[in-house]
Unconditional design. Structure first.
Length: 137
């Protein structure tokens, strides 16, 4: 139970880091580069997902393995996080459609989407990617 608690805590820390990346990129693209907030979110999400894969691989699930090379593990991460991404993006889009003020502050909608998808992403990462404990060398 302590190990699971530690993994949840580290996953949350990585999630906050991913949120900072996600919200920062979407806000920068919309406010400074005049990108459409829906298209900007695609790039910001991919950037944040890459950060969270790296974090979780090195910290959250450091005592677990995926049995894949890094590039294959990243592709598996992105593929399996797709369901969480759909929830994430759905919440984001619903908020933007219903609250016009969020078009100027898409980072707030990105945060809400990220929070909604966190539980799905943790379960998927732990049970389908980093499912096996590492054996001592």
């Amino acid at each position: 139970m302590v190990k699971l608690s530690r993994e949840i805590t580290l996953f949350a820390i990585g999630g906050v880091g991913g949120l900072v990346v996600d919200a920062g990129v979407v806000q920068l693209l919309v406010a400074m580069e005049n990108w459409n907030p829906y298209l900007a979110r695609v790039l910001s999400f991919l950037t944040a997902s890459t950060f969270t894969w790296w974090w979780n691989r090195h910290y959250t699930f450091a005592t677990r393995r995926s049995d894949r090379a890094a590039h294959a593990e990243w592709l598996h991460w992105i593929g399996l996080m797709s369901f969480g991404a759909l929830v994430n993006y759905g919440v984001y889009a619903l908020l933007l459609m219903n609250f016009a003020a969020l078009h100027r502050w898409p980072a707030a909608a990105a945060a809400a989407g990220s929070a909604a998808a966190a539980l799905i992403n943790f379960s998927t990462a732990r049970k389908m990617i980093f499912k096996s404990p590492k054996t001592p060398a």
